[in-house]
Design a protein around this ligand. Sequence first.
Ligand SMILES: NC(=O)c1ccc[n+]([C@@H]2O[C@H](COP(=O)([O-])OP(=O)(O)OC[C@H]3O[C@@H](n4cnc5c(N)ncnc54)[C@H](O)[C@@H]3O)[C@@H](O)[C@H]2O)c1
Length: 438
Amino acid sequence: MNYKKLLKSKKFKIAIWGTGYIGLSTMVYFSKEKIKCVGYDIDRKKVRKINSGILPQADLKNWFGFDITKLVKNNYLKATSKYSELISENFLAHFIAVPTEKNGKPYFKALFDVLSKISKIRGKNIKIPPIIVVESTLAPKVSDKKIIPFFKKKKLKLGQDILFSVAPRRDWFIEGVKNLKNLDRVYGSTDIKSAKVAKDVLSIVCKKLHMASSYKVSEMVKSVENAYRHMDITLANQLSLAFPKDNMREVLKLVGTKWNLETFHPGIGAGGYCIPLSSRYILSQVRDNNKLTLLRETIKTDDRMNLLVARSIAKKGYKKIGVLGLSYKGDLKVSVLSKVIPLVNALRKNRLNVKLFDPYFTSKEIKNILGVKTFKFPNDLTKFDCVIVSVDHKKFKIPAIKLKKYLKNCKYIIDHDGAWKNYNLKNNYHISGDSGWI
Ligand SMILES: NC(=O)c1ccc[n+]([C@@H]2O[C@H](COP(=O)([O-])OP(=O)(O)OC[C@H]3O[C@@H](n4cnc5c(N)ncnc54)[C@H](O)[C@@H]3O)[C@@H](O)[C@H]2O)c1
């Protein structure tokens, strides 16, 4: 049975559980291939927006590069807050894209809520077994320790009643080309039938698939690839701490010109869903942590960076700190595990007066997340003696003459992503990792 053909016939649909960045992008890419997609979300506001053709995450507009209204109008894209709509033989594939982490730790509530709902297909006398594709990030061994025993408990036979594949995502929601279609996709399944069907379904959108020998491998790939990045970024930080008087930023930039190396730059630490968690996910499954001392040290140094930056600013005697950016990456509204959060906390612990501006967050959101007030950009920059630019949101790049005027009282700048690197600022400007930045 060719699931690709069946889905293309329009008699069958794809169900997506969770319509955030990952789930919505799955829905949009499959529906663009004229496959009917229905996304379920507990967030009714999101559901309403999607059904009106509005992107709940406005920052995804640039990434997609096209409008979703037509897809909604032509009935290819639909969202619902009634999960029972997805429990029928019309759905050949169930993509899971709900959060699997909370406060920096693996989190299973949403995942098992969704799996319980999907497992209700058991009583429905379904002839073609549907495939579950887990796109959410799983820590190594979660499938073996939790998901597969769950199916057993529900009396669902893998490869027979239900098919199962783990296919983690790698998208980079900042650059449109790094998307579901173009990026290499690894997937691994529980049995031969699941592997064949996963390929059938994923190949509708993904151009380059790599089949792992099992779900255990694809599950681990996600954490290991990010743990490598975590370690590399942290080595850049350790180097800059070990040689504070040298321009490690420049050294690392030139190191990256070697054919088999990449450039990693020092900063306030690694943020976002994936990288800071990867090393923790791996360590959480290892009995003897001494076997992975590199990852242990990575976490320790990475978590300490914000404290060291805050301490160095306090030691230099600056009192009024303006922070630009809460997101963990430029032009994205994601504050999950953003290193700006512990940085602001550390600055406040050092009794410094901190305010933060981020064009993607309202003053209420900033207050809720950080407990500090926002300020007017660029006008209020005059009020600070130290400015930290933590991400390179486009909105921060105002004309140089204007910026210099507002920075007239600022005596120290740390620019993490180099948003102002070409402005020739005289206010003791430092790009993170250069000589004397910390
Ligand atoms: N965003 C990324 O860059 C990225 C990259 C790779 C992997 N991931 C992984 O993908 C998963 C989802 O991430 P995201 O960025 O899409 O998150 P998100 O917060 O943008 O979206 C998650 C969605 O799931 C919904 N949800 C929560 N509980 C639910 C439930 N019980 N039933 C149905 N819907 C529920 C939320 O309302 C939300 O709309 C996570 O495991 C994350 O680690 C994310």
